[in-house]
Design a protein around this ligand. Structure first.
Ligand SMILES: Nc1nc2c(ncn2[C@@H]2O[C@H](COP(=O)(O)OP(=O)(O)OP(=O)(O)O)[C@@H](O)[C@H]2O)c(=O)[nH]1
Ligand SMILES: [Mg+2]
Length: 285
């Protein structure tokens, strides 16, 4: 992403400042923080601010959207987090696969606290878990799947959840849904690219054709055949040329008969985000 100004505008909207403040207030009541990351790019989707807010709390790391990521990378990432001493697991919140493990991890992470309470004679109250993460990683989808209710609004764009919402699960657990928060300035260009690919940052504020051509270069380098198979095209070193090929094959044309590069970019990014290009991991441990 070349145009610094364009890409740094507006990805820290007012509601994120408010959300951050809310999380800082609520953290006192919280027993465990469930941090959702995107399994395709766990490091890029880690917000250091969440680590700071949750500094003294037990933490469970969930690598969500694992169905869109490379199998091998998923396994390696869980190993990586375990060697870091974190409770970690992969999850596909849409198929509910692996949801049972969440309970085990929460219990594991809150064990000390529960034992401490018991010794002090404090009557067991529900465990309070804050579900946190950057925008669009699937926090609300996860909460709905885990609670088997559709209490939280979801959507495939950043900024769907605007305020806090507590969701009760029986008498043992309460989950706090939070709005996704980013950090004010994303300095690392590669990280910013990954966030743009997966839809963390609103498409209206990113230079979409540049993001799409960057993705083409990434795919041609790391996942040869992915674009060829999906669009029935030949690829070459000229990413913009490839983008136009994709546009031509998918009917993204302007009135005069030229390819609409912006529309082609949206098509490519949508396909990537929906797993139509296969299981693709952007970052490996
Ligand atoms: N393939 C796949 N898609 C998922 C998964 N979890 C969530 N999604 C999709 O990701 C999109 C974002 O989900 P949300 O639950 O709204 O994300 P969020 O983290 O609450 O987003 P904000 O509220 O904007 O911060 C939706 O289109 C979900 O259907 C998953 O495990 N796999
Ligand atoms: Mg949400």
């Amino acid at each position: 992403m070349g145009n610094e100004d364009k890409t740094s505008i507006n990805w820290y909207p007012g509601h994120m400042t408010k959300a951050r403040r809310m999380m800082e207030e609520e953290i006192k009541l919280i027993d465990v923080v469930i941090e959702l990351l995107d399994a395709r790019a766990p490091i890029a989707t880690t917000n250091p601010d969440i680590g700071k807010i949750a500094a003294n709390k037990p933490r469970v790391v969930i690598l969500n959207k694992s169905d869109l990521a490379d199998y091998k990378a998923n396994v390696e990432w869980v190993k990586y987090y375990k060697t870091q001493g974190a409770q970690a697991m992969i999850l596909d919140s849409r198929s509910r696969e692996g949801l049972k493990n969440v309970k085990t991890l929460i219990e594991e992470a809150t064990k000390e606290k529960r034992e401490r309470d018991k010794k002090k004679g404090i009557i067991a109250r529900p465990i309070r878990a804050m579900v946190a993460g950057i925008p669009n990683v699937g926090k609300s989808t996860f909460i709905n799947a885990y609670s088997k209710k559709s209490s939280a609004a979801t959507g495939n764009k950043p900024g769907v959840t605007k305020g806090k919402q507590w969701i009760k699960l029986g008498k043992d657990l309460e989950l706090l849904d939070t709005p996704g928060i980013l950090w004010p300035k994303i300095e690392d260009r590669t990280m910013a690219e990954y966030l743009a690919y997966i839809g963390t940052i609103n498409d209206n504020v990113i230079p979409i054709t540049e993001v799409a051509t960057d993705l083409i270069i990434f795919l041609c380098t790391n996942y040869q055949g992915a674009l060829e198979d999906r669009y029935n095209i030949e690829t070459n070193d000229d990413a913009y040329e490839v983008l136009k090929e994709i546009g031509a094959k998918t009917g993204c044309m302007k009135k005069g008969g030229d390819v609409d590069a912006e529309k082609a970019s949206r098509t490519l990014l949508d396909d990537f985000r929906n797993g139509k290009l296969g299981r693709i991991t952007l970052q490996w441990p």
